[in-house]
Each structure stands twice: as structure tokens, then as C-alpha cells.
Design a protein around this ligand. Structure first.
Ligand code: AMP
Length: 326
């Protein structure tokens, strides 16, 4: 029995897909099944915690109340995850270049969450469902409508959002500086970003953020495994897969095959409307977002030539030789 001044009853809740232990307070008895302790997974019940602030432990955290004695192995409910989510042109939209070649036409175009960021949100929410993470924070830097992108993340299971409102395009370095400032305040154990945004295809933000923070990075994550203070990351590289071990806090960027993001259910979309989104500006974080790059021109890629059908393998090889591919 853990030594403590706290008195709590821990109750298994079968109505959840993953084990949830709600806490209630009883006088002078602590009901934790010692035989099951090793397999307990703690997912804090937020409403309960909000209503019962005075029942939290000495340090003010729920872990202190629930597990006041020696920490149960393999459980860290203090881990916060920050997930940057960018609002981009939906991947199904056929992009049109503006006639003056200054950019692409965004008028009346469907916008969505960057697909790699959906994968990041899914991974963070799965970690939360496994009890490895206590809070998932979705951050978007962009116009007011980027709050819709944050709502999508909240409907998928993120807990709260931060919208950093900007008018124009923000380059990866400025995004990374804003994210760094947010990390300094929020102190997450992990940032899970997408490997690239499908609009500018920069593939820079996660790497720059890791450098600014001085944290380890593991990009193009294909599979993740977490310990208490470290992670094992399988990454997609040209030659196959590479496995890295990194210590937390760290920055991870997600690749396509990490998971298949869920669709938000209607009840979760409704619930997401009540989740908080903080509104900020780059100035709140002391970041100047003035562009440093000048776009000279944006143009359509050259049209693809039609293919030809061949009847035999010899003919096929001949065509490849003609094209200089062999
Ligand atoms: P990039 O370096 O622009 O290809 O973007 C890589 C990743 O950085 C994206 O998948 C997002 O996770 C994050 N990111 C980039 N720009 C933004 C933004 N404006 N707001 C939120 N996240 C962003």
C-alpha cells in the first residue's frame, strides 16, 4: 500500500475502449488493487479533475493523488504533446496557378488540415488513449479560418488549441520560432509535426524547431515506441528503414505510413466545439514573420506526355532504351 496523506478510490470504468480509472475520495482508505497495479493505465478524467481541484495531490497534479507512493512502472501521465497543424489546400483539389504567376489561386478553394498533420494528431491521440500522454495541444499559425483546422484536431481527440493569427504566408523559419516560443511556455515532452506541408513542400519546420530548441529530432517516422524518457523511432529512408533511439523532449515528424488517421465522429465534432482555443499573434511570442524569401514566379509543371502501350517485353525494353532509362 503506498504511503501517503491522500485518500482515493480507484474504479475501473468498463465503458471506455481503454482502461480508465476514475478517482473519487473516500476517507482513510485507498482502494488500489495492488495485484493490478503493474497493468494500470491512467487516463485522467478531465471533468472530474476540474470539478475537484481541491482533491489534487500536493504538487497539484493528478498523478500525485492517484499514485502517491512509488510510481507504477511504465506510466507517465505528465507527458504533453504539441501538434502543429497547418491549413492547406485540400489534397484532392486541382491547384490553379494565378494568371500573373505570383502564386496559386485560393479563391473558393477547399482548405483542409495538411495530411501529414492528420497523421500527427492521430498518433498523439493514440498515445493519449494508451495513457502515455496527458494532454494533446494543437497549434496552427495562419488566418482566422485556421481555427477550423484546430477544431478538426480537437474533434479527433486533441484537448485544446492555440491559434496564432497571421495575415499572409508564414515561412518555415518563422513558424519554427513561434513553435519554439510556445514550447518554452507549454514545456511539452514531444512535438509531433508533419514531415512536410503539401502546399510549400518545404520539409523544414520540424528540423528547424529541433535546432532552435536544442532537442533531438527523428524525421519521417514510420513507427514509434515510447519509454518513460526516450523513444524508439523507425524512419523511412531511401534504402529502407532506419531505427533511432532518442531521448525526450524531442521533435518527431510523421511520414505517410505511420498510421491511418480516424474520421471525427459527430459526437466528437460537437464536443470539440466546447474545447478551448487560445488566440495569439506572432508579436505575443516576439517573432517577426516578415518574409525573408522572395517568390520570383509560380508556374504549372510541364504537362505529361501520353503513354504508349507495348505488346511484348522486348518492345518494352526497347522503349526504355530509347528513353535513355536503360
Ligand atoms: P513544412 O516545413 O512547411 O513543409 O511543414 C512541416 C510541418 O510543420 C507541417 O506538416 C506542420 O506540422 C508544421 N507547420 C508548418 N507550417 C505551419 C503552420 N503555419 N501552422 C502550423 N503548423 C505548421
Amino acid at each position: 500500500m503506498p504511503q501517503s496523506n491522500h485518500f482515493a478510490a480507484v474504479q475501473h470504468d468498463d465503458s471506455h475502449a481503454f482502461p480508465v480509472f476514475r478517482i473519487g475520495v473516500r476517507q482513510r482508505s485507498l482502494f488500489v488493487d495492488s495485484e493490478r497495479q503493474q497493468s494500470l493505465v491512467f487516463a485522467p478524467h478531465k471533468d472530474w479533475a476540474a470539478e475537484n481541484k481541491e482533491l489534487r495531490g500536493h504538487c497539484g497534479c493528478l498523478k500525485c493523488l492517484l499514485f502517491p507512493g512509488p510510481l507504477i512502472q511504465g506510466i507517465s501521465n505528465a507527458m504533453k504533446v504539441l501538434v502543429p497543424v497547418k491549413r492547406v489546400i485540400d489534397y484532392n483539389v486541382k491547384v490553379r496557378v494565378k494568371a500573373d504567376q505570383t502564386g496559386v489561386d485560393l479563391a473558393n478553394v477547399k482548405m483542409s488540415m495538411n495530411p501529414f498533420d492528420e497523421i500527427s494528431v492521430e498518433e498523439a491521440v493514440r498515445l493519449k488513449e494508451k495513457g502515455k500522454v496527458s494532454e494533446v495541444i494543437a497549434v496552427s499559425i495562419g488566418p482566422a479560418q485556421a481555427s477550423e483546422t484546430i477544431r478538426t484536431a480537437l474533434a479527433m481527440g486533441a484537448d485544446r488549441g492555440i491559434l496564432v493569427k497571421t495575415d499572409g504566408e508564414v515561412e518555415p523559419l518563422a513558424v519554427a520560432k513561434i513553435l519554439k516560443a510556445i514550447c518554452d511556455i507549454e514545456k511539452p515532452s514531444l512535438v509531433i509535426a508533419g514531415k512536410q506541408a503539401i502546399d510549400d513542400d518545404s520539409n523544414q519546420t520540424g528540423q528547424m524547431l529541433a535546432a532552435l530548441l536544442g532537442w533531438p529530432q527523428a524525421t519521417f517516422a514510420h513507427r514509434l515506441e515510447f519509454g518513460e524518457t526516450s523513444a524508439k523511432v523507425e524512419r523511412e529512408i531511401d534504402g529502407g528503414l532506419q531505427t533511432l533511439a532518442i531521448t525526450l523532449p524531442a521533435v518527431i515528424t510523421t511520414d505517410l505510413r505511420l498510421n491511418e488517421p480516424r474520421y471525427a465522429s459527430l459526437p466528437n465534432i460537437m464536443k470539440a466545439k466546447k474545447k478551448p482555443i487560445d488566440e495569439k499573434t506572432p508579436a505575443d511570442y516576439g517573432v517577426d514573420v516578415t518574409p525573408r524569401l522572395k517568390v520570383l514566379k509560380v508556374c504549372e509543371p510541364p504537362g505529361r506526355k501520353g503513354g504508349v502501350k507495348v505488346k511484348t517485353m522486348a518492345e518494352f525494353l526497347g522503349k526504355l532504351r530509347e528513353a535513355g532509362a536503360l
